[in-house]
Design a binder for this molecule. Structure first.
Ligand code: GDP
Length: 357
């Protein structure tokens, strides 16, 4: 069976090739040829029909670093763009162990109960696929991964955060064009990547767990400021009291923050992903948020701001790439570096010379 993940250019979760096969018994059965690249039109047609294979191939192209693939991916995205935008994009973050995958599994099923489709994407610039945490991994979301209306995709493989995030941002467009009206973007709550996720979602959910009294320790203020909702997981068994205490502390802490530009005061709820308690309450909150920001215009405003962000982000990364990837410039860079290292040229002078060249 062909897996798009086995495309040579795909840097992600490789599907193991399995045991060695015995020679063919039937000599007329020739091995299947490697598929040639589809045209943008073919892919888009498949995506718009909601064909999951076309979608997966499109996403693989988006993630590819081969110039031919990137060119094709850009065409596909451009053609899909008019059909995108009609979804609820929800960012979900939390430290490893907070219960993201357990929660996304039940959140996902809850959302799909009303029909529609759900795509779960991830941004994890830190993890190489072979080791470390694997966000958006199908095996971590057992029930959801078997759901016919769920599309789960692990993080584009490690690279610069901006690059990884941009690929996820582009994947959202393809998913929306394929009719996914709910998008979850998962990320590890350790800093950096939250900003990237925040720049592509409508609602940012922070999953916390009750610690041993020092609830607010270790949580970056910036992440809390970005959150539209904070939910305290594992409020079950003898942990309920501690979760309630944490809830009170978060509420008190949030009072000290200025009102966010949305005008929405982030809510703090407790729940148990494992025992599926309090899930409806979380989704009622998210519904309230969407009603609120659609009414006051912030929903559109936030998306406009995000579009602007991605324009500059793309220019930034593309300028850098073009500068460093220019084969004519490479020897000059090496030479300048030598001069700087041997103190014969100031770093500033070197930089200006290279930029002007
Ligand atoms: P992630 O690293 O954030 O994706 O966290 P996981 O979803 O893998 O959960 C980490 C651990 O916490 C697992 O052992 C889960 O079984 C456990 N866990 C997740 N949610 C709950 C919950 O609601 N209650 C309890 N008691 N344990 C939970």
């Amino acid at each position: 069976m062909e897996h798009p993940e086995n495309d040579k250019s795909y840097k992600g979760l490789a599907v193991k090739s399995g045991i060695q096969q015995p020679p063919l018994v039937n000599p007329y059965l020739k091995p299947r040829k490697r598929r040639s690249l589809p045209t943008a039109g073919e892919l888009v047609e498949g995506v718009l029909k909601g064909d999951i294979n076309a979608l997966a191939r499109g996403v693989t192209l988006v993630e590819s670093i081969a110039p031919a693939h990137q060119q094709l991916a850009r065409e596909v995205i451009e053609k899909c763009l008019p059909y995108s935008g009609k979804s609820r994009r929800i960012g979900i973050t939390g430290v490893p162990g907070a219960g993201k995958s357990t929660s996304i599994d039940v959140f996902g099923l809850h959302v799909l109960r009303d029909g529609g489709k759900l795509a779960v994407l991830a941004i994890d610039p830190s993890s190489e696929r072979s080791n470390g945490s694997i966000l958006g991994d199908k095996t971590r979301m057992e029930k959801l991964s078997q759901h016919p209306d769920a599309f789960i995709r692990p993080s584009p493989s490690a690279g610069s955060l901006g690059g990884v995030a941009r690929k996820t941002r582009e994947t959202i467009i393809l998913c929306e064009a394929a009719g996914y009206n709910n998008i979850f973007v998962e990320t590890v709550g350790v800093g950096q990547s939250e900003t990237a996720v925040h720049s592509m979602v409508d609602f940012f959910l922070l999953i916390q767990i009750a610690g041993a009294g020092d609830e607010l320790q270790g949580i970056k203020r910036g992440i809390m400021e970005m959150a539209d909702g904070i939910v305290i997981n594992k409020a079950d068994g003898d942990n309920v009291e501690r979760a309630k205490l944490a809830q009170a502390q978060y509420r008190a802490a949030l009072h000290l923050f200025p009102t966010p530009p949305s005008g929405w005061t982030p809510e703090v709820l407790t729940y148990s992903g494992y025992y599926e308690l309090g899930i409806k309450e979380i989704w009622d909150m998210i519904d309230r948020y969407f009603a609120f920001v659609e009414h006051n215009g912030y929903f559109d405003e936030r998306r406009r701001q995000q579009a602007r962000y991605w324009m500059y982000e793309t220019i930034d990364s593309e300028l850098r790439r073009r500068f460093y990837d220019d084969p004519m410039r490479a020897p000059k860079i090496a030479e300048a570096e030598r001069l700087v290292l041997s103190n014969r040229l100031s770093p500033f002078q070197a930089a200006w010379q290279l930029l002007d060249s």
